[in-house]
Write a protein that binds this ligand. Structure first.
Ligand SMILES: [Zn+2]
Length: 376
């Protein structure tokens, strides 16, 4: 089985194919969904929104869906909300990415100066075919000051037909003047349970057979980003000739590490067994595992163990992410670890992480981090 090679199919294929086309298709972001649907139902649509949150949580997808719903000529209203019809000209134009009234600006690619200037010109004109002209500014925090000022002027006196949706992963970088003029929505990371739910849906529709542990493993790797989860999943499917995926394959193809192996590493650390820890790293490298990934995942586990140590009740929050056996093992580690050493390990590993990524000898920074922790 080849490792970590790029293949000919697009890794994002599932992300595109299964992008939610209705509010009901979103597996989370309940509060955002409900508030946006209510705004449309009650005809209280704001002129400017801010969608803030980490990558891969559905911000631009939600923005497109919102644009589609406000412009749908035949939306379906129900007790719980409103959905676009998906068949009118406006809906199909937006789904096919050819609507003239949905303008998407990627601030990351060219910092948006020309686009915002064009936008200022274009905004004066009423929408071509629909009620609203919707402008989505993706990665809005990347706009230049000049572009922000231009945008601000527009936000101060927006024409009736204009709606702005600013999407950003770093809302802290937006000027206060902009923040004060937008209605803000915070997009939450997806829980592993939500991600598994979505992946299971794809599994069924695509006729894929994947081991449950493998599915949970992918969900955990994605760390709350549905886009990452779906792209990992498509990579795996592209590699598998028979549409059957095992946990072993997930590890080999993605270069990730299962809980069991990380637990082995942590068991050496908790015993302050430097020799065994270092042997483990060498062995892992020989098996073709990425030291960076081991260290990164071990650090996230150590963080959870630290929280567990302070608050045993935290274990219930780990239900979505870990099996019963795994939670039991985490609990045992929490009981056995010395709190001060946990904190030292986390600090040392965090410092070593960027080095393991860059270094030609990635085990070295990891080994030094371990020795450094144990020598204190
Ligand atoms: Zn429609």
């Amino acid at each position: 089985m080849p490792k970590k090679e790029q293949n000919s199919t697009h890794p994002l294929v599932f992300y595109r194919a299964y992008r939610p086309q209705r509010f009901a298709d979103f597996v989370n972001q309940e509060a955002v969904k409900q508030t946006l649907q209510n705004a449309i139902l009650l005809n209280r649509i704001a002129h400017a929104y801010l969608f803030a949150g980490v990558r891969g949580t559905g911000k631009t997808t939600m923005a497109r869906l919102f644009a589609k719903t406000v412009n749908c000529v035949n939306p379906k209203k129900s007790k719980t909300g409103i959905e676009p019809c998906g068949t009118c000209e406006s809906c199909t134009d937006i789904e096919q990415g050819k609507s003239l009234d949905l303008i998407e600006i990627d601030a990351a690619s060219n910092r948006g100066i020309d686009e915002i200037r064009e936008l200022k010109e274009g905004i004066k004109f009423a929408p071509v075919k629909t009620k609203y002209k919707v402008f989505i500014v993706d990665e809005a925090h990347m706009l230049t000051m000049q572009a922000f000022n231009a945008l601000l002027k527009t936000l101060e006196e927006p024409p009736e037909h204009a709606i702005f949706v600013l999407a950003t992963t770093e809302s802290g970088k937006l000027p206060a003047t902009i923040l004060s003029r937008v209605q803000r929505f915070d997009f939450k990371r997806l829980s592993s349970r939500d991600i598994v739910k979505k992946l299971k849906d794809i599994e069924q529709k695509e006729g894929i057979d994947i081991e449950p542990q493998a599915l949970h493993h992918i969900a955990r790797l994605a760390e709350g980003s549905i886009r990452d989860a779906e792209s990992l999943f498509s990579q795996l499917v592209a590699f598998s000739s028979d549409k059957k995926i095992t946990l072993d394959e997930v590890e080999q193809i993605i270069g990730s590490i299962r809980f069991e192996k990380l637990h082995e590493f942590l068991s050496h650390l908790v015993k302050r067994d430097a020799a065994a820890s270092i042997r483990y790293l060498a062995g892992a490298q020989n098996q073709g595992l990425q030291i960076y990934e081991i260290l990164r995942l071990a650090t996230t586990l150590l963080e959870k163990i630290l929280v567990l140590k302070m608050d045993a009740g935290y274990v219930s929050e780990l239900e979505q992410e870990f099996s019963e056996e795994e939670r039991k093992q985490l609990g045992e580690l929490a009981a056995a670890f010395d709190q001060q050493m946990l904190r030292r390990l986390i600090r040392e590993f965090l410092a070593a992480l960027p080095q393991t990524k860059r270094s030609a000898l990635p085990t070295l920074p990891a080994e030094l981090a371990i020795l450094e922790t144990f020598s204190q």
